[in-house]
Design a protein around this ligand. Structure first.
Ligand code: ES4
Ligand code: ZN
Length: 326
């Protein structure tokens, strides 16, 4: 359709992308071979068939297992390069990508290998596509506060190349309050702050992310809609929500893509954006996520243009850089 082509052609920023979640089964096999790592699958088809999730934890178990093939700086550079090539094809002009250092350092991969590899991929994407990017270091919330502090310490030599910190992994049972002190420290170090909240967890976790973690951006935030006062507060403060429709569908946060709350979010005045989260696992890159919202028929071209514009407004680019994209 015309709307399809319009949406695909919009220049956009991607603000919610786990780089480990862009590991396609083909690359998983190639890296397993290159690094002589065993994987519990016989074929690409068998891997894809395993991507049937009933909740966040189901997915995370497979996602952490997949990351085991990532071993060298070369691997991290190849991973990032494949993502940026794919994103550029979707007219992504800027990407702020999450990485999970603990997933790698806990397997004996030095953080330098991870960061150097990703930075090499980022530099190459800028040269090749003019696609700019920033790194966001995520703490795994199922691990403890002490481990998060150790990760922040290990990242110290890299702080001038890291835009901010985030919080991801298993949400239920791991409220933002668990990381209040480490987020305070990150803020003192000049890092921006984001957190996953209200994906599976309750609206109360969103309150905690705002009031205790002092977040600059909210990842997911779907459950905020359960709380009218919270919704009004997010709207009034111009908080950006990084919404991930296909992720929400695959992890059963929503039962039907046509019932996705994106329209409610926009009508409530929330600065919502559309993102791919873990595209290799959830069946689509950023344009697939935008286009998945078309059949419901509740968003028009102006709404889609707003979503794309919001992605630049909600980015960590400077005002002048944002203005150059609008
Ligand atoms: C994630 Cl979808 C999602 N939620 C929480 N943590 C994550 N890590 C990677 N993808
Ligand atoms: Zn995420």
């Amino acid at each position: 359709t015309d709307l399809n082509a319009f949406v695909s052609g919009l220049p956009k920023a991607e603000l919610h992308l786990h780089i480990e979640g862009s590991l396609e089964p083909e690359m998983m096999f190639a890296l397993a071979e290159r690094n002589k790592v065993e994987i519990p699958f016989k074929s690409v088809e068998e891997v894809r068939a395993a991507y049937e999730f009933s909740n966040l934890q189901d997915f995370l178990d497979i996602y952490y297992a997949g990351a085991n093939v990532l071993r060298t700086e070369w691997d991290f550079c190849d991973l990032a390069t494949a993502y940026f090539d794919r994103a550029a094809a979707d007219n992504v002009r800027h990407a702020e990508i999450f990485f999970d250092p603990q997933t790698h350092t806990d397997r004996g991969i030095p953080i330098d290998v991870v960061i150097d590899g990703l930075l090499a991929g980022m530099a190459s994407a800028q040269a090749k596509h003019g696609l700019t990017s920033k790194l966001i270091l995520c703490f795994l919330r199922h691990l403890d506060e002490e481990a998060a502090f150790a990760t922040l310490k290990a990242a110290e030599p890299w702080l001038d190349r890291i835009a901010g910190v985030g919080l991801d992994s298993s949400e239920l049972g791991h409220p933002p309050s668990k990381f209040e002190r480490v987020f305070a420290r990150a803020g003192e170090m000049g890092l921006l702050r984001v957190a996953h909240a209200g994906e599976e967890g309750p609206a109360d976790y969103v309150h905690e992310a705002l009031d205790l973690l002092h977040i600059d951006r909210l990842d997911h935030g779907n459950r905020s809609l359960d709380d009218a006062a919270l919704t009004a507060k997010l709207s009034r403060s111009g908080m950006t929500l990084t919404v991930c429709p296909l992720s929400n569908l695959k992890l059963c946060v929503v039962n039907d893509i046509d019932a996705h709350p994106i329209e409610r979010m926009l009508r409530a005045g929330l600065r919502a954006t559309i993102n791919s989260d873990d595209p290799a696992y959830f069946g689509g890159y950023v344009n697939d996520n935008y286009r998945a919202l078309i059949p419901a028929g509740r968003l028009d071209a102006k709404d889609f243009a707003r979503l794309a514009r919001n992605s630049f407004l909600g980015s960590f680019l400077s005002d002048a850089e944002v203005a150059a994209h609008l």
